[in-house]
Design a protein around this ligand. Structure first.
Ligand SMILES: Cc1cc2nc3c(=O)[nH]c(=O)nc-3n(C[C@H](O)[C@H](O)[C@H](O)COP(=O)(O)OP(=O)(O)OC[C@H]3O[C@@H](n4cnc5c(N)ncnc54)[C@H](O)[C@@H]3O)c2cc1C
Length: 438
């Protein structure tokens, strides 16, 4: 039996209703806001949208905006080009506006600096700022019922002073991103960080480090953090700790890259679960636990040069895992276990950076009672329709969409920028189609 909506609100109030309220304003919902604006500019009755973002201003993984880090995706997969190559919200339009178009062309690269792409995203966000409210942490979705059906959702947000506001929507698009993931039993502290917060932590160092750093992980972020710390703290050791034999290259070759195309989303969505798992296994190294080959070459160049000079600072602890961590006021002692010999050694560092990836945000706490009417699999992941609408029972007639945490249904591009532009169009099409038939 379907549980009742314990905290339902009857639809008696005169609250205005938005066609769409977006939760979170990272690249996914920013792409959606631009698509909404372009639809309206093209005429017709495109849906209206309001986006709520908990940060005080637009910001995209700023703790990892390392000076030399480049995008891991072609700039042509910006927020709009795959959907509308004529859009003036493209990365090329941004360059033109900044007076850097020719300089960029002469650079002959598809992969701009991450810092430059961040500036592009900020430029886009500023141009649709009428659709966004910052400093608004969405804490709950409350169903609004009429004749036993959930027709709207009240989106409850809190600002930094704890003041609550409520926005009513016919459709909610959740795009809360991913949350940093630490190994079980490891908790962030002043000395133990996740890579997501690297630059902020380095800016607030309590004292000059003396022992050096350990970086746990073998993916792109781990290699970037190792490179950054090694360059920035020129007298200190940097210990890279991972289970692999060596960093593995990310597969950026053209046939494999097609896994990020919109057509691949259709194929993945339609595939039986066993084949979904196989596809993910074949192409994991396009994105996970893999490092840009140029960065691998650069780290190796430094590693070898230090051996020639007899002063090895960049230390690779491969086939190694951390089995214990003891933190004191002035250091961290890591117990490392060699996975071949089983031998344990203690490594003393000032700080440990866990570059151990991300997990999708669990949306169930946000859904509250509404969650009882949504379908989740045994792993707690929502079931989704192809149009990114969360599958619900027929009590729910309003739209609840999810961007980002859909890798299990829509494939490996879900957490990336690859399909932000086309996905935005698909969601708006779905909202418009449902409006036309209701
Ligand atoms: C260091 C790093 C580099 C990356 N580089 C690339 C790359 O080069 N190419 C690529 O394709 N992908 C890259 N990615 C992947 C990344 O996930 C995507 O680029 C992108 O951030 C996904 O956008 P999003 O809007 O779905 O999520 P996010 O960017 O995570 O944005 C989610 C937003 O929602 C907000 N939010 C969450 N919960 C709430 C709430 N309850 N109320 C209000 N606001 C909320 C958050 O504050 C955040 O601003 C990178 C990721 C990292 C960590």
């Amino acid at each position: 039996m379907t549980p009742s909506l314990d905290h339902e609100v009857s639809d008696t109030s005169e609250r205005p209703v938005h066609d769409l309220v977006g939760v979170g304003f990272g690249p996914s919902n920013l792409g959606l806001a631009i698509a909404l604006r372009e639809r309206r500019a093209a005429g017709g009755k495109a849906p209206t949208g309001l986006f709520l973002e908990r940060q005080e201003r637009f910001s995209w993984h700023q703790g990892m905006l390392l000076d030399d880090a480049t995008m891991q995706i072609s700039f042509l997969k910006d927020l709009v080009t795959p959907r509308n190559p004529a859009s003036d919200f493209s990365f090329l339009s941004f360059l033109h506006r900044m007076g850097r178009l020719h300089d960029f062309i002469n650079h002959k690269t598809l992969f701009p600096l991450r810092a430059e792409f961040h500036d592009y995203l900020v430029w886009c966000a500023q141009r649709v700022s009428d659709q966004v409210r910052y400093g608004q942490h969405v804490v709950a979705l409350r169903p609004v019922t009429r004749h036993g059906k959930v027709v709207y959702l009240d989106v409850v947000a809190r600002d930094t002073a704890g003041r609550e506001t409520v926005e009513r929507a016919r459709n909610v698009v959740l795009a809360p991103g991913l949350r940093p993931s630490m190994p079980e039993g490891v908790h962030p502290s002043d000395r133990v960080w996740h890579s997501e917060h690297l630059l902020h932590r380095l800016a607030d160092l309590p004292a000059a480090p003396v022992h050096g750093f350990a970086v746990v992980g073998a993916g792109q972020s781990a290699a970037e953090v190792v490179g950054h710390l090694h360059q920035r703290f020129a007298d200190l050791p940097v210990h890279a700790v991972f289970s692999r034999y060596g960093y593995s290259p990310s597969d950026d070759t053209p046939f494999a890259n097609r896994i990020f195309d919109p057509e691949a989303v259709d194929a993945y969505y339609d595939a039986p679960q066993e084949f979904k798992d196989e596809l993910m296994h074949y192409h994991r190294n396009t994105n996970y636990s893999a490092v840009d080959p140029d960065l691998i070459a650069e780290l190796y160049r430094r590693f070898y040069a230090e051996r020639v000079r007899g002063k090895p600072r960049l230390q690779i602890h491969n086939m190694t895992r951390v089995v214990a961590l003891t933190e004191t006021d002035d250091r961290v002692d890591l117990t490392l276990e060699d996975q071949v010999s089983g031998k344990q050694t203690v490594l003393t560092v000032d700080h440990v950076v866990y570059a151990t990836g991300y997990q999708p945000v669990d949306i169930r706490p946000l859904l509250g009672d509404l969650g009882h009417h949504c379908v989740f699999d045994a792993a707690g992941r929502p079931s989704l329709q192809r149009d990114y609408r969360i599958v619900t029972d027929d009590t729910v007639t309003c739209g609840l969409y999810l961007q980002g945490g859909t890798e299990h249904t829509h494939g490996i591009s879900s957490v990336l920028l690859s399909n932000v532009a086309t996905r935005a169009a698909e969601i708006i099409d779905s909202i418009e189609a449902r409006r036309a038939t209701s």
